[in-house]
Design a protein around this ligand. Structure first.
Ligand code: PLP
Length: 401
């Protein structure tokens, strides 16, 4: 008999498992609002025009070879990624006190950052918001950090529990790591205001708490790359240190290319150099070096003024379509007279709406309406279109009445 006979069936991933169930459903009206991937008004995946252009340039360039990249990835990509998140004229970048390494999308960047911290940082506790992206606690625990939480979302107001957040960070041990969503908090769509960010910054700096930013949605929240990076830039402008994990999955639609970056902002260039040398020791035995194709696409776009501009337009169009879906769903529920205050649908930011539907209502909508979402009631607004808003409205209406 098999030496693996004792192995028990593992559960599906709570987010990716939604798509597995969706794929098995034969209904023609089925709707997948589970995974956070952009869809067009026709419900199709989108490859940006500017990405196609960049790929064409790469294909036509016969000087390009398929050699290994360095352990830290493509140099141009790293420099341009740091400037994208920290600002084109960031003094920290100019002073060479930022080390940036290309990693496997946002998840890989978080993992490399966490492994580095577990090995070299004096405080192994990381505070994550409640709720947060379901993969966060697993990534950090497996990297060797000890995961604790801070209050974030208030279900009664469907907004930020700012007082709870401040209290929990205030009572965290000095030096603890704090995970912050740079913008478009997943799953709640609730972000601090700039004034609240400033208070968080002051509190964290006064307690020497170390910020680890997860930036998976830069440009996707507001439509502006700079506006969505403000939280990170506040923490860099004060001269202090932080880590930033960037993903190009959503904002360039490069999901499956697995392209992202980890930046560690240090106080001085010599520190950054030594940090980078240790990041290489983390990466080399994990996957040796990152893939070349996705990073080449990103670097091609970021370094060309026209292509960069075209990207910002396409990004804005995606963000605007999501914002218009919020309005359409809100209007449809109001027109339908669905009980409840649904204004959070238009107040929340980014790819998701945290509807407030409970797990029974989610199950009901799946069974009766073939609408798929995570059991916490999170729906991906990017998976919705004008055509499917009425069906979703019917389902929500039936679920809450
Ligand atoms: N962080 C958050 C908050 C996310 O929502 C996601 C993707 O859903 C990621 C990180 C990482 O995604 P990826 O590894 O595909 O870049």
């Amino acid at each position: 008999s098999s030496v693996f006979a004792h192995i028990v069936q593992a559960p599906e991933d709570p987010i990716l498992g939604v798509t597995v169930a969706y794929n098995k459903d034969p209904s023609p009206v089925k709707l997948n609002l589970g995974v956070g991937a952009y869809r067009t008004e026709e419900g199709k995946p989108l490859v940006l025009n500017v990405v196609r252009q960049a790929e064409q340039l790469l294909v036509n360039d016969s000087s390009r070879v398929k050699e290994y990249l360095p352990i830290v990835g493509l140099a141009d990509f790293n420099k341009l990624s740091a400037k994208l998140i920290l600002g084109a004229d960031s003094p920290a970048v100019q002073d060479n006190r930022v080390t940036t390494v290309q990693c496997l999308s946002g998840t890989g960047s978080l993992r490399v950052g966490a492994e580095f911290l577990a090995r070299h940082y004096h405080e192994r506790t990381i505070y994550i918001p409640v709720p947060t992206w379901g993969n966060h606690p697993k990534v950090f625990t497996l990297a060797g950090l000890s995961v604790k939480s801070y209050r974030y979302y208030d279900p009664t107001t469907r907004g930020l529990n700012f007082q709870g957040l401040l209290e929990d960070l205030q009572s965290a041990p000095s030096g603890a790591i704090v995970l912050l969503h740079a913008c478009a908090h997943n799953p709640t769509g609730v972000d601090p205001t700039p004034q609240q960010w400033e208070q968080i910054r002051q509190l964290m700096r006064s307690k020497a708490l170390l910020p680890l930013f997860d930036s998976a949605y830069q440009g996707f929240a507001s439509g502006s790359l700079d506006a969505d990076a403000q939280s990170v830039r506040m923490f860099v402008a004060d001269g202090g240190e932080c880590l930033v994990a960037q993903s190009y999955a959503k904002n360039m639609g490069l999901y499956g290319e697995r392209v992202g970056a980890l930046s560690i902002v240090c106080r001085a260039a010599d520190v950054a150099g030594r940090v980078e040398s240790q990041l290489k020791l983390v990466i080399r035995p994990m996957y040796s070096n990152p893939p070349i194709h996705g990073a080449s696409i990103v670097a091609t776009i970021l370094k060309d003024r026209n292509m960069f501009h075209e990207w910002t337009l396409e990004l804005k169009a995606m963000a605007d379509r999501i914002i218009s879906m919020r309005q359409q769903l809100f209007d449809a529920l109001r027109a339908r007279g669905t009980p409840g205050d649904w204004s959070h649908i238009i107040k929340q930011i980014g790819m998701f709406t945290f509807t407030g539907l409970n797990s029974e209502q989610v199950t009901f909508m799946r069974k009766e309406y073939h609408i798929y979402m995570t059991s916490d009631g999170r729906i991906s607004m990017a998976g919705l279109s004008s055509r499917t808003v009425p069906h979703l409205t019917d389902a929500i209406h039936a679920a809450v009445t």
